[in-house]
Design a protein around this ligand. Structure first.
Ligand SMILES: [Fe+2]
Ligand SMILES: [Fe+2]
Length: 243
């Protein structure tokens, strides 16, 4: 059963906890003239996410379906969503569109965004940041909503457990714990640590986000710059060591 929480004005977090993974899968719904869904969730969650969206607005009216990179939890149910919402267009990086999305993910041609381009949905303005290999994948990117300073940050700030929808408490300890645990098992090297990692995180921090809307865990509300800079330190410590 998905839960729905408004974590910023007109920004709804739809969350499903999967006990087998001890993990929440979150999607973000923006209520605006042209409604936007960021992350579709995996195919197996489609019905639950659709019913959760329906508590806020008519799912058929979704206009934009954004995601960071090509993975099941980011865009697995894009075909189902595009069948349900006839006016919907996928939104991803230009690389994503060219390399994968138009060929094997989207039903209709995607909007392929270049770094710095803006998508306006009505009241809200989403600046696209192309961030290759952060959190992972060549095509990765984020949307930053400029009026409320919300960063839709995909797998960054990942936390385990069935946690609260949003928090003002420091979540860096939780993020660190997940990365350390994943390094011990089959999910090791969740994010690559490359020459792009630190400059990308510092660039996101310079946006001074007020809300970090993560796919897994609680949305962080507060000094997003500081949280991202703290995350950069953790990524370097846990993933950036050569051994
Ligand atoms: Fe991912
Ligand atoms: Fe994810």
């Amino acid at each position: 059963m998905a839960t729905v929480s408004e974590i910023a004005p007109d920004l709804f977090r739809i969350s499903t906890f999967v006990p087998e993974f001890n993990l929440q899968f979150n999607q973000f719904l923006v209520r605006d003239a042209e409604p936007l869904l960021f992350h579709t969730g995996p195919r197996g969650m489609f019905a639950g996410v659709r019913d959760a969206v329906a508590t806020v607005l008519d799912p058929k009216t979704i206009r934009w379906i954004g995601f960071s990179h090509v993975e099941a939890d980011e865009c697995g149910s894009l075909p189902e969503w595009q069948a349900l919402a006839p006016q919907s267009t996928a939104v991803c990086s230009l690389v994503g569109k060219m390399v994968s999305v138009d060929d094997c993910v989207a039903t209709r041609p995607a909007l392929g965004m270049q770094d710095g381009e803006v998508l306006t949905t009505g009241k809200y303005r989403f600046r696209f940041l192309h961030t290759p290999h952060v959190p992972h994948c060549w095509e990765a990117g984020f949307l930053f909503e400029e009026t409320q300073r919300t960063l839709l940050c995909s797998d960054l700030m990942h936390q385990a457990g069935d946690v609260e929808a949003s928090t003002q408490a420091d979540v860096i300890g939780r993020c660190r714990q997940v990365l350390v645990e994943y390094q011990q098992g089959p999910l090791a090297n969740y994010m690559p640590y490359s020459t792009l990692t630190d400059p990308t995180i510092q660039r996101l921090a310079a946006l001074q986000p007020k809300t970090l809307a993560t796919m897994h865990g609680s949305a962080f509300v507060g000094d997003g710059s500081r949280a991202l800079r703290d995350l950069a330190v953790v990524l370097k410590e846990v993933l950036g060591q050569t051994s």
